[in-house]
Every structure is written in structure tokens, then in C-alpha cells.
Write a protein that binds this ligand. Structure first.
Ligand code: NAD
Length: 490
């Protein structure tokens, strides 16, 4: 397996080592071996990034010069596309993506969504006219101008790092903000490469900064607590999201949160191709490490035994067609880390303890290599009060839950702390839509529709987050509005 180029910091226009040259090892999920080194930023490095971003925002025309920004962010897009080979390697070696997953969620989707953001830029409203109004003597010509919020700290996870980094960095830059990107410690290379593109594209100093570090919390908490940072755009777990809100309260920080999920796919009793629909619900893509994956499968009680049998057969058919680094047909590799492997395994053990029936998988697979392999796993006889049905596992573990009728399916789907995504399948689009409208989630697919695209706002209800990323709405998340009223005397 290739050794990745060193992941460096990018601060105030300079690609550089961390203070004192400190580095940390990047552990490859396929082998458990060291696959690269990354700069281990110190608190002084984080401070330097904040100073650089603050200075660039306060003293340059970045926020005002829409055309220049657009050209530079477009130039960065060209560099990203030209680096396809390298980002594919990063997605595979660093994030553990199988080749079949690289071409979809990891690279192609990120590229397509970046292009969507560029195409949407002309639709961003920078000013709105409210006309002349007001009592005699105070009659005013009013408008609202929309201005960049300031310095943005983008704190990102490891699961689909390119896609999430693009969503935050590109939207914030297009809005006119300056940005400090802090990737997850497992995927520093996919963050660091943004520094290289920014330098090559000729970004003004300090407009984009990247800090990598071994400590998952230090840089993020420093930025959350620092009054010079205006907005935290965070994607990650609900637990860390809560902590960011609490800590950010001290400086009344704007916080934008994309958090976890436990989304339900509801297959109604009249679903066309019931067998195919159930079989396709296997949670294998990128080892189930997606926030919007449909990890609860809800099926009618009248067809529950049939659904369990279909799933068992589907997993048996899937067999061992996963977990090979060089196999282009594989969609599933390892999970990201030993810690994540332990966590997923502990949920599988818990499911058995809770009385669920293992329909498939359930074991670690050290025979596949030294990495963090865990079998595609499904549980039947699950009730929605079990912890495996309530908590986000973030691994290849599907739970299958029976429902009585449409109302019961909606009740179960909504009986969750989360509300990120979901799906409904029915022969009747009207029936499916009636269900979809009652599910409390930020997106929902009807009969297999695709909810994720660069021009669509994405985000969650309830513990799945606050705010929307992507789309024009996602760019506008990084704007403040200001009323200007001009006294009319005539
Ligand atoms: P995580 O919450 O552990 O870490 C996310 C990021 O936050 C990392 O960069 C980490 O270094 C940083 N961080 C950790 N502690 C911090 C602290 N105290 N203060 C500030 N920053 C801190 O999540 P993860 O394990 O990297 O990613 C998996 C989680 O992300 C899952 O829960 C998943 O659902 C969620 N996720 C959500 C979406 C979405 O769009 N809703 C997308 C991808 C992943």
C-alpha cells in the first residue's frame, strides 16, 4: 500500500510544518499500519491560523470582491479535478474507501457537488429592496444587505472527508468568509490538500488555512472558545455537537451543526419488487459509515418473516465480496479505526444481549488483513426501544423492525432522537408521499429518489443538527443580514 505524502499545515499563505516539526502517524484502516505522517499543530499554530483568517477578513477585499472570489474558488475546483488520482488514493488509503465507493460518494459526488455550488453562486442574494415606508418624518428607503459572517472554523469528520470539506470550505469562501479547516485526525491528508490547491490557485494569504492535529479536540475547542472566530461549521457526532454549542455559548458563537442519524427506510406492504427492495437495503456501502444511511429497515409485520428470509439470503449472496483493497467491484472496506471497530463490535454484542436475532454477519474478520474489518451485519426481531435501534452505530449494522400500518411506521420512524434522512417505498406515490411528509427528518427519499446533491439543502431535524449545508441555502448560512434605511425627505 502506498505511503501518502506528508500532510502539512497551511497558515497565512504558507504550507509548513507544525511548531517544532511535530508530526503524528496516519494509521491506514486496511492494514492498521502507518500510511503517512501529518503535522501535529500546537496551540500556537492554531492561534496563528486564527490571526491569519481574522486579518484576511478584516483587512482585504475578500468579502466584497465577489468576482475575484468566484474566480479563485473556480480555479481551486480545476485543481481538485486535476488531482483526481491523488484524492482517490487519499479516500482509499486514509479513509478506507473501497474502489467501488470511491467513484461514488468519495470523489464523484464531491466533484459534482462542488460544481453545483459554483453554478449556484449567481443565485445568491446580496441585497433585497424593501421599498419606501415609514411614518411622516421617518419615511425611509429600506434595503437589506447580506454580508459574509467573518471567520469560519470548519471542523470535519473522517467518513466522507472530501465531500464534507468541500461543502463547508467552498460554501464559506463563496459567501466571502475566511476559513480555518480542521479535518479529523484520521483524515488529515484530505484537509491538507486544500492548502495546496489554495496556494496553487493564488488565494490571498489567510483566506483559507488548514490545521491538522492528533488531538481530536484541542484545535476545535480553541476555535470554539475564541472570540475572533465568528462561526463554527461542524459535522460530526451529536455528542461533540452538543459540547460545541455549550462552549460556543460563552462567545455567542454562530454554530452550524450536521450531526448523526438513525434514519428509517419504510417499505410499505404494496412496495413493488418487494424482494429487490428488501435485498437492496443491506447496509454495506462504505461499511455503513454514512450519516444519512438508512440503518433502520421498517417492514410490515404481515411480511416480516418473508423480509427476514430475503435479507438473510441477500447477505449470503453478498458473501465475501468486500474488503479487498484492489477489487474494483467492492463497495465495502474496513471501518476507519480500531476504536470504531471495537465500538461497532460492542453494539453487535449488545444486540445479541438485547435479544435480537443475528440474520447475517456479526464477526470481526482478521483474516482479511491487519485492518479494521467487520462483517456486514443485520439483526431481525428488533424493537425500536432496543439500543441498537436507537443509537447511531456508524458501521455495517442494519436493524429490521416490524410495523402494523402506515401510522405505526411513521410513529416508529419518528421515535428517535435523530431526524436526518429516510425513505419510503410504495406502489402508490400518493401513499408514500403522505408517509414521507409526516416523517420528521431533513430529507426523505420516495421510491428510491436521491436526496443528496450539491444544489439541495442538506441537514437534520432534532439531534441531527441545526442549519442547512449545500445549495444556495448552504452558502447563505455564512451570511449575516443588515438593514439599511435611508431617510427620505422629499
Ligand atoms: P466526531 O464528532 O468525533 O469528530 C468530528 C470532528 O470534530 C473531528 O474533526 C474531531 O477532531 C472534532 N472534535 C472532536 N472533539 C471535539 C471537541 N471537543 N471540540 C471541537 N471539535 C472536536 O465525529 P467523527 O467520529 O469524526 O465522525 C462520525 C460522526 O459524524 C457520526 O456521528 C456521523 O453521523 C457524523 N456525520 C454527520 C454528517 C452529517 O452531515 N450530518 C456527515 C458525516 C458524519
Amino acid at each position: 500500500m502506498s505511503i501518502l505524502p506528508d500532510a502539512k499545515l497551511y497558515i497565512d499563505g504558507a504550507i509548513r510544518d507544525a511548531e517544532g516539526g511535530k508530526t503524528f502517524d496516519i494509521i491506514g484502516p486496511w492494514t492498521g499500519d502507518v500510511v503517512g505522517k501529518a503535522a501535529d499543530a500546537s496551540p500556537a499554530d492554531v492561534d496563528a491560523a486564527i490571526v491569519a483568517a481574522r486579518t484576511a477578513f478584516d483587512t482585504t477585499d475578500w468579502a466584497d470582491n465577489h468576482q475575484k472570489r468566484f474566480e479563485l474558488v473556480s480555479k481551486m475546483f480545476e485543481l481538485l479535478v486535476a488531482d483526481r488520482e491523488r484524492i482517490s488514493t487519499l479516500a482509499r488509503v486514509e479513509a478506507g474507501a473501497a474502489i467501488g465507493a470511491v467513484s461514488r460518494a468519495h470523489v464523484d459526488m464531491a466533484v459534482a457537488c462542488y460544481k453545483d455550488l459554483l453554478d449556484l453562486f449567481p443565485q445568491v442574494k446580496w441585497e433585497k429592496d424593501y421599498g419606501i415606508k415609514g411614518p411622516e418624518g421617518y419615511k425611509s428607503d429600506r434595503k437589506v444587505v447580506y454580508e459574509a459572517i467573518g471567520v469560519v472554523a470548519a471542523i470535519t469528520p473522517w467518513n466522507v472527508p472530501l465531500y464534507v470539506n468541500v461543502g463547508k470550505v467552498v460554501s464559506a469562501l463563496l459567501a466571502g468568509c475566511t476559513v480555518i479547516l480542521k479535518p479529523a485526525p484520521n483524515t488529515p491528508g484530505m484537509g491538507s490538500i486544500f492548502g495546496e490547491w489554495a496556494e496553487k490557485a493564488g488565494f490571498p494569504k489567510g483566506v483559507l488555512n488548514v490545521i491538522t492535529g492528533e488531538d481530536p479536540a484541542m484545535a476545535g475547542e480553541t476555535m470554539v472558545n475564541d472570540p475572533r472566530v465568528d462561526l463554527i461549521s461542524f459535522t460530526g457526532s451529536s455528542a461533540v455537537g452538543r459540547r460545541i454549542m455549550e462552549q460556543g455559548a460563552k462567545t455567542l458563537k454562530r454554530v452550524f451543526l450536521e450531526l448523526g442519524g438513525k434514519s428509517a427506510k419504510i417499505v410499505l406492504d404494496d412496495a413493488p419488487n418487494f424482494q429487490q427492495e428488501i435485498a437492496q437495503s443491506m447496509l454495506v456501502f462504505h461499511a455503513g459509515q454514512g450519516c444519512a444511511v438508512q440503518s433502520r429497515l421498517l417492514v410490515p409485520r404481515s411480511r416480516y418473516e418473508e423480509a427476514k428470509a430475503i435479507l438473510s439470503a441477500a447477505y449470503a449472496g453478498f458473501g465475501d465480496n468486500w474488503g479487498e483493497f484492489d477489487n474494483p467491484g467492492h463497495m465495502m472496506g474496513p471501518v476507519i479505526s480500531k476504536r470504531q471497530q471495537d465500538r461497532v463490535k460492542s453494539y453487535i454484542d449488545l444486540g445479541i444481549e438485547e435479544g435480537a436475532t443475528l440474520l447475517a454477519g456479526g464477526k470481526l474478520r482478521p483474516d482479511k488483513g491487519g485492518g479494521f474489518f467487520i462483517e456486514p451485519t443485520a439483526f431481525g426481531d428488533v424493537t425500536n426501544d432496543m439500543r441498537i435501534a436507537r443509537e447511531e452505530i456508524f458501521g455495517p449494522v442494519l436493524v429490521v423492525i416490524p410495523f402494523e400500518d402506515d401510522a405505526d411506521a411513521i410513529r416508529i420512524a419518528n421515535d428517535s432522537d435523530y431526524g436526518l434522512s429516510g425513505g419510503v417505498v410504495s406502489a402508490s406515490e400518493e401513499r408514500a408521499l403522505n408517509v414521507a411528509k409526516k416523517v420528521r427528518s431533513g430529507s426523505i427519499s420516495v421510491n428510491g429518489g436521491m436526496c443528496i446533491a450539491g444544489d439541495l439543502p442538506f441537514g437534520g431535524y432534532k439531534a441531527s443538527g441545526i442549519g442547512r449545508e449545500w445549495g444556495v441555502e448552504g452558502i447563505e448560512e455564512f451570511l449575516e443580514s443588515k438593514v439599511i434605511a435611508i431617510r427620505v425627505t422629499a
